[in-house]
Structure formats: C-alpha cells, structure tokens
Write a protein that binds this ligand. Structure first.
Ligand code: UT7
Length: 332
C-alpha cells in the first residue's frame, strides 16, 4: 500500500496586540480626515500602535510566547520558524533569528519571508512543504508587522489604513486534517502601485532619501483596490472550483483585512453569508502579514471551527502578491 503524504495541520496559535489604541476620532485631530470617511471607505474604526521601543521581533516573540504558554509547548520543540514581515527590525540578522534568541532557542533554524500582505499565506505554503516532505515536524509561522514604523504620519492616504500586530501558528503533520490546497501568485508588474522606495540597494538611505520621504509606504489606492478585488475573488473562486466546493461548504472565510469593501465584494462573489466571514478590520486595521493569523486566533477563541470544518484563507498585497489556502480544520 502506498503511504500518502501527511498534511500540515494547525495545532497551536497565539497573538500579540500592542496596548495603545489609535482611534479614527484621534486621527481627526491630526489629519484632514474624519471617522465617517475612514469607516465608510475602509471599515476601520481603530488600530493598535506599538511603542517606539517595541520592534517587529518583540511583537513576534510575544505572539510565539503566547502560543507556547497556551499550548504547553517548549521553544526547543520548534524545528523551523518562518517570520513573514515587511518591517523586519533590520535587514540582517533576520527577524526570525532575533525571535529565536528572545525565545532562548538555538537548536532550530529560521528565516524571514517577504510577501507583503500575502506573506502569511506564502509562509504557510513553505511550512506546508516542510511538513509534507517530512523535513520538519514542528514549523512555527509568524505574521508580524510594525506598519507604523514605515507610515508617513502626515499622509492621510496611508496612515489611516495600517496597524501593528503579530500572530503565530504551529504546523504539525496529520493524516486527517490540515492544508488541503493552495494557489499563490506573484506579478511584479504591480510594483509601482504599492511600495517603499528607500532604504534598499536601489535607493540606499541618504539625506536625500530622508528629505524625499522615501522610507515610507506609497500606495495608489484606487489601482490596488481594483486589482485586490479581482485577485481575491478569482483566486478564491478558483480554489473552490478546483476542489469541487461551493461557498456554502465553507464554515469560515478569513480574508486579509485591507478594506472591508474588498472583503464584501469577495464574499458576495463566493455567495457567503455574513456568519461565514471573519472581519476584524474595524478593530485592528491592516496589519499586513498579521491579519490572517490574528483572524485564526480570533476564530479559535470564539470556537467557530470544529474538526472537519472547511476554512478558506485569501490575501492580496504589494508586488502584486495574492493567493488562497484551503484548510480542513483539525483542532477541537
Ligand atoms: O493590503 C495591501 C493592499 N492594499 C489594499 O488593498 C488597499 C486598496 N485601496 C483601498 O483600500 C482604497 O483605495 C483606499 C481606502 C486607500 C482609498 O479609498 P478610495 O475610495 O479609493 O478613495 P480615493 O483614494 O479615490 O479618494 C477619494 C477622495 C479623494 O478626494 P477627491 O479627489 O475626490 O477630492 C481623496 O483625496 O477621498 C480623499 N481622501 C480622504 N478624505 C478623507 C483620501 N484619503 C482620505 C482620508 N480622509 N483619509
């Protein structure tokens, strides 16, 4: 009898949210904007902001510790740590190295993965491959971003959209439950619509890059919006069709939280009911790589998912990057 490959099942999770809450009302005082505009155009009411001393690796390590504590695990159990982020503490060493050091773990290995808002789905895919191949037994995947570190505080187009957070999950082999399928894309022709021009090898940090505010996010919101709706809808429909499923077969859809209008368009296209979709953009805004694992933590806290339930994840972000992951939930 041929033995089928194991699936990568989510067996633990944890999160970290900075304490400081920045509301739309507070932003009204410092930017030419309004709670009404922000909420009606994006679905955001408030976001969490990390302190100046709190970096992405600090938040990621707290999320990992929360997971280890809740599920009675030891850091040394982790074979591989993948940190999805676009806001690493620094270019090198990697955020993963810093997190492993904060966890006092020097027996495993880890690296960062840059996939912007699709970073968590990309990292999940890599973790899936390591589990399925048998190259690792326990893979921790963290989505962590301190977006406030790269957001121009006087730009109303971007500052209102983002928040800071980190969330972690653990993947382990299972014969019955786990990741069933994934479809991922990257199209670099989207590079001019959402990016941070300064600080890399193209435009190394200089007085000029600072003066020209090149170390901040730039976004052509309208264009990204159009591609995001199309990308999220198409890839989510495609993965359902490929697996001979309908929207009504899903227990839960956890989309990347960039704009509630993008989420609504996708859920409408898939024919999902309100109670099939997890939305927390109102409380946390767009935390880039952290939105989906935060959603997984929230769904677990609320005991929405039972073993055998189908969970769909979808994301769209800078690059462009996008994709969808289908999971047969295994935790009770
Ligand atoms: O996660 C990564 C992927 N990112 C996304 O998926 C984001 C996709 N894009 C979006 O979510 C939306 O395009 C935004 C929320 C960024 C913007 O919403 P929009 O409906 O596309 O607005 P807009 O950029 O077309 O702006 C409409 C108007 C403009 O004024 P005029 O030209 O009509 O006079 C803007 O100047 O709203 C103005 N505006 C604002 N007004 C108040 C732009 N930002 C603000 C603001 N407050 N914060």
């Amino acid at each position: 009898m041929t033995q089928s490959l194991p699936k990568a099942m989510i067996t633990a999770m944890g999160s970290y949210l900075p304490q400081t809450i920045l509301t739309n009302k507070e932003l009204e005082k410092v930017l030419d904007t309004s709670d009404e505009w922000i909420y009606s155009r994006t679905g955001i009411r408030e976001r969490r902001i990390a302190t100046v001393n709190e970096s992405t690796s600090d938040m990621a390590a707290e999320a990992a510790k929360d997971m280890l504590d809740k599920y009675n695990l030891k850091a040394d159990d982790i074979d591989l740590l993948i940190v999805a982020t676009v806001t690493p503490d620094m270019f090198f060493p990697s955020t993963a190295a810093l997190v492993l050091q904060k966890l006092n773990h020097s027996k495993g290995w880890g690296f960062d993965l840059s996939g912007a808002c699709s970073g968590f789905l990309y990292a999940l895919s890599v973790g899936n491959a390591y589990i399925r191949s048998g190259m690792a037994k326990k893979v921790a995947v963290i989505g962590a971003d301190k977006m406030s570190a790269i957001t121009n505080q006087s730009d109303r187009n971007t500052r209102i959209l983002f928040g800071d957070a980190a969330a972690a999950i653990l993947l382990e082999p299972s014969t019955d439950y786990g990741i069933l399928d994934e479809i991922l894309y990257t199209d670099g022709s989207g590079k001019d619509y959402l990016y941070m021009p300064g600080g890399g090898s193209r435009n190394p940090a200089s007085h000029e890059t600072v003066e020209k505010k090149m170390h901040f996010i730039y976004q052509d919101g309208k264009t990204v919006f159009k591609f995001a709706v199309k990308g999220m809808e198409e890839v989510s429909e495609k993965i359902l069709r490929k697996n001979k499923l309908k929207g009504s077969d899903l227990t839960l859809f956890i989309p990347h939280q960039a704009n509630k209008r993008i989420i609504d368009a996708t859920t409408e296209r898939l024919g999902l009911l309100k109670n099939q979709v997890l939305i927390n953009i109102d409380r946390y805004a767009n935390t880039t790589a952290a939105t989906i694992p935060l959603g997984i933590c929230e769904a677990t806290d609320k005991k929405i998912l039972k073993p055998g339930n189908l969970l769909l994840l979808a994301a769209f972000g800078a690059g462009f990057t996008w994709g969808s992951t289908l999971i047969k939930w295994g935790m009770s």
